[in-house]
Ligand binder design. Structure first.
Ligand code: MRU
Length: 339
């Protein structure tokens, strides 16, 4: 039961490079899930930028990998530096975007062979980090546990088996019975559209809930552990993740339920002292005032739409990284693991 299975890997690759130095980036268009599994081919920098901006590719690690390949595409068109800088303007919160672009720039070359090799390394390392996170996280999932997650920090958000979901995939493959409660994750429903879809496809027992139901389920003793992902982790361990994560953490603390964040080292930003220094993306008001193309609020209603919130380190039981568990979470413990 406790053996770590070598499988599963991604059933449907979130993104892949097709061809060699004259190739292109293919990604699942996540805006179409769960209705359609369709792929988007990006052959110029603008299409990579658009795919990141409109969330065709989303989730911090996947954004980073997409941007790394986007840099290769920029070099193919003879505008590496300008393309790389432009890609960095697509979304502000997930630090993996800036981390991957900085890594590509640090090669100090515009030569596509070297850039493609680096992008492929970033891609492969991301998959390996997911697996390592999973090996640590699966130990936290007790038989018959109720595991709450928010948004999609799954295979679709990474190059591998996800971050928050990595322990779930491995525990499931090892035969541990448990139930995942997936917050639907308003406003864009990454939990309903993506997490419920990918875990369901893998045969994991998953139940979808509205975001506002989580506290009631905690009160009813259906949740034993919370595991979420992260978009950026500050030096003191504060975590920016999909809006709604903070309320889940508060509810978990009140009910004495452990709250874990699973994230690779590429999601830490030690130059950011605290969560207050993390830029929070503000998205289009129509995401809140409409449900798909249908208006759900009176015309002209004023809207706030921050895409992320910050959970203070004091609410986080532990951060599961590829290097192991950071627990307790504070400036000292973070700096011991992440340099
Ligand atoms: O707006 P999104 O869908 O990109 O937000 C994604 C999240 O908040 C994820 O939880 C986070 O990026 C971790 S992905 C492993």
């Amino acid at each position: 039961m406790n053996d770590v299975p070598q499988k599963p890997e991604q059933a449907h690759p979130t993104l892949e490079w097709i061809g060699e130095t004259d190739g292109y980036l293919r990604l699942i268009d996540q805006t179409k899930l769960p209705g359609q599994l369709v792929y988007l081919d990006c052959r110029d920098v603008q299409s990579v930028w658009d795919a990141i901006k409109r969330l065709s590719v989303r989730g911090a690690p996947a954004i980073g990998v997409a941007a790394a390949y986007g840099c290769v595409i920029a070099a193919q068109h003879g505008n590496f530096a300008r393309g790389a800088d432009y890609l960095a303007t697509s979304r502000p919160t997930a630090v993996n975007l800036f981390w991957a672009i900085a890594r590509m720039k640090s090669l100090q070359t515009t030569e596509t062979t070297a850039l493609l090799a680096e992008a492929r390394r970033i891609h492969a390392e991301d998959a390996a980090m997911c697996r390592a996170i999973g090996q640590h996280a699966m130990k936290l999932i007790e038989p018959n546990a109720g595991v709450l997650t928010h948004c999609n920090a799954g295979a679709l958000a990474t190059s591998g088996i996800g971050t928050a979901t990595a322990g779930m995939y491995l525990a499931h493959a090892a035969g541990t019975p448990f139930t995942v409660y997936a917050d639907e994750t308003r406003p864009l429903l990454q939990g309903a559209r993506l997490t419920a879809w990918e875990l369901g496809e893998a045969g994991v027992d998953v139940k979808l809930i509205c975001d506002s139901m989580a506290a009631q389920l905690m009160h009813g003793k259906k949740i034993n552990i919370v595991i979420t992902g992260a978009d950026r982790i500050a030096a003191n361990g504060d975590v920016a993740n999909k809006v709604g994560t903070y309320s889940v953490a508060i509810a978990a603390k009140y009910h004495h339920i452990p709250f874990y964040v699973a994230a690779p080292s590429s999601t830490f930003d030690i130059k950011c002292p605290t969560g207050d220094d993390i830029p929070i993306e503000q998205r289009n008001p129509s995401e809140v005032s409409n449900f798909s193309d249908t208006a759900t609020a009176p015309p002209g209603t004023q809207v706030e739409n921050p895409a992320f919130d910050v959970t203070p380190a004091s609410l986080i039981t532990g951060i599961i990284t590829e290097h192991g568990l950071i627990q307790p979470v504070n400036k000292e413990t973070v700096s011991r693991t992440i340099r």
